[in-house]
Design a binder for this molecule. Structure first.
Ligand SMILES: Nc1nc2c(ncn2[C@@H]2O[C@H](COP(=O)(O)OP(=O)(O)OP(=O)(O)O)[C@@H](O)[C@H]2O)c(=O)[nH]1
Ligand SMILES: *[C@@H]1O[C@H](CO)[C@@H](O)[C@H](O)[C@H]1NC(C)=O
Ligand SMILES: *[C@@H]1O[C@H](CO)[C@@H](O)[C@H](O)[C@H]1NC(C)=O
Ligand SMILES: [Mg+2]
Length: 347
């Protein structure tokens, strides 16, 4: 169906793209004065950082999945509204060295959060209220990162509130995650319980300036975050043109979208052992993108497992990837996924 030649740079057709993707001097991009805010989104793995950003920018730029460590490097996703450019920095969930080895993750991943903090005007911490094990504690590494950049304002986002049967526990939870303080003000007591409050001290971060309750999945509360960010943007000349929505090459986004879908569909550690690579990418046609991705499997057995009976499983994955890519590029996408077995290096 396709000729599988490497066709990596077919999309760079205008000078503007070249400047945006390859210039070391971003000021070459046409000057446009408006307001800008750089927002680093950090948090524990799987808390919904990428899903939240996609919901706000209304485009599936950041790959998301139901498994941890979907995002492995910092990527920017932008939107432009009310003459304001919001630049989100999506980051990998905090990761230990042990996990990095276990999941064969790139070593650069560990530094990606710190890199994002250096670029940030404001930091959003996403916290998963659906995870029973971590629900009342801000991850130790997140607190450490916030402490290291005390001068940058930060806000807390309680995500996945759609999973809570009762919202009663939320006030208590907020108290725990903020050590009872928001923007220097003590949180009013709903019901006093002295012993419990003492016991809960220092599981949270004491200097959040705001708290939001949202569902990144269904969009509840997300508009409030967007308004808040627009309100906090500073006048500046835009770093990207209003029409740009990411700093990533479209090829990279395709590879990441495929990887995420394998994470969604395969169990345990199997999907982490796969290597996705773009083979073909053509966006020369106005109304559609044609691409092909190879997925290298560690063994014939795993290749068969992914394929499923009669290729059924692979077809299902492919159709989900296609839907995501349509929500990313906002045009028709034709995609081929080719499974192959990794060749053992010859002696
Ligand atoms: N029920 C529910 N699920 C959500 C919500 N937000 C995200 N999720 C799900 O949580 C899972 C993780 O979402 P991601 O956006 O990939 O999380 P992440 O924080 O970017 O994860 P990493 O990049 O791996 O650190 C996905 O299966 C999402 O569909 C929400 O508000 N409600
Ligand atoms: C609290 O955060 C503000 C920014 O929102 C910062 O200026 C201030 O120094 C921080 N205070 C402490 C005690 O860390
Ligand atoms: C943008 O501005 C319009 C009118 O000034 C306002 O109604 C709208 O809520 C604003 N949008 C955001 C996201 O702030
Ligand atoms: Mg992510």
């Amino acid at each position: 169906m396709f000729s599988f030649k490497i066709f990596r740079f077919s999309y760079i057709r205008s000078l503007k793209c070249i400047q945006i993707f390859y210039s070391s001097q971003p000021q070459q991009v046409e000057k446009h004065v408006g307001k800008v805010v750089n927002v680093a989104i950090i948090g524990a793995p799987n808390s919904g950082k990428s899903t939240l950003i996609n919901n706000i920018v209304e485009r599936k730029i950041c790959a998301a999945s139901n498994k941890v460590h979907t995002t492995t490097k910092m990527i920017r996703a932008m939107c432009f509204e009310n003459n304001t450019q919001i630049i989100f920095l999506d980051t990998p969930g905090v990761v230990s060295e042990k996990e990095q080895k276990k999941y064969k993750l790139p070593a650069s991943m560990m530094g990606a959060c710190h890199k994002s903090l250096r670029c940030a005007d404001v930091i959003g911490v996403v916290h998963d209220v659906a995870n029973r094990h971590t629900v009342d504690t801000i991850h130790r590494d997140v607190i450490q990162m916030l402490d290291a950049v005390k001068h940058i304002p930060s806000f807390l986002i309680l995500n996945k509130v759609d999973t809570l049967k009762s919202k009663k526990q939320l006030l208590h939870l907020i108290k725990s995650l903020t050590n009872g303080q928001i923007a220097g003000n003590p949180i009013p007591q709903a019901r006093r319980n002295k012993n419990k409050d003492n016991e809960e001290n220092n599981k949270g971060f004491s200097n959040f300036s705001d708290v939001f309750l949202v569902s990144a999945l269904n969009g509840d509360g997300v508009k409030e975050i967007k308004d808040y960010l627009i309100g906090n943007a500073k006048p500046a000349s835009l770093q990207y043109s209003p029409a740009e929505w990411t700093d990533q090459r479209p090829e990279t986004l395709v590879e990441e979208a495929v990887r995420a879908k394998f994470l969604d569909f395969l169990s345990q550690e199997i999907p982490y052992s796969l290597k996705t690579e773009l083979e073909y990418y053509d966006s020369t046609q106005e109304d559609k993108i044609i691409c092909s991705v190879s997925v290298e499997c560690p063994s014939e057995r795993i290749l068969k497992l992914i394929n499923g009976a009669g290729g059924g499983r692979l077809n299902q994955i492919k159709s989900h990837v296609r839907n995501d890519l349509v929500e990313l590029f906002k045009k028709l996408v034709v995609i081929e996924i080719n499974l192959k077995v990794r060749h053992k290096p010859q002696e």
